[in-house]
Design a protein around this ligand. Sequence first.
Ligand code: TMP
Length: 203
Amino acid sequence: MAGRFITFEGIDGAGKSTHIDALAQRWRDHGQHVVLTREPGGTPLAESLREQLLHTAMDPLTEALLVFAARRDHLRQVVQPALAAGHTVLCDRFTDATFAYQGGGRGFDPHVLATLEQWVQEGLQPELTVWFDLPAAVAAERRAAARSPDRFEQQETAFFERVRAGYQARCEQHPARFMRIDASGTREAVWAELAARLEARGW
Ligand code: TMP
């Protein structure tokens, strides 16, 4: 039986990671086998590509190709086997991030991204995508208090407004798959909304 594939998205500083961890714990406590993974990354090859993506300057096409190369390896090695075994896969970012960052942020042609998406995923899509949404200026304030920034986190607020608009566009294209969560409140408020929305689905 196929497992459940859930992805989590948002601009840097949206605070999604703590909620993904909490959700994994909650479902494990209920006896589910949960695979917690991330993109870019999740396999040795994809993690090494992640290092390059976060720290080495490159042109937008190279960036898009590396993101999808990492994704292909991750899907083949981790995600597809886990889903085939009936496990729940929680993935911190997936292809919507490519449309948002490379498409919206960098201005890369979304038609090319859609072609790569088709080649790499062969029709596989998440069952649910939780989008932690907040204004770029609020996320920038949160990031300022955090660790030293990588190549994406160093971008100006206008870049993240374009990324956010990229997520909004994907949300409008895939309304049945997307769950938008207002991430501008406290951590407790965001968790309460997420938990309530999932419970409303019977999850
Ligand atoms: P993370 O810090 O949330 O793990 O994400 C790493 C960075 O990679 C983040 O700034 C967004 C970026 N990214 C892309 O630009 N394109 C993608 O397809 C993915 C998955 C991430």
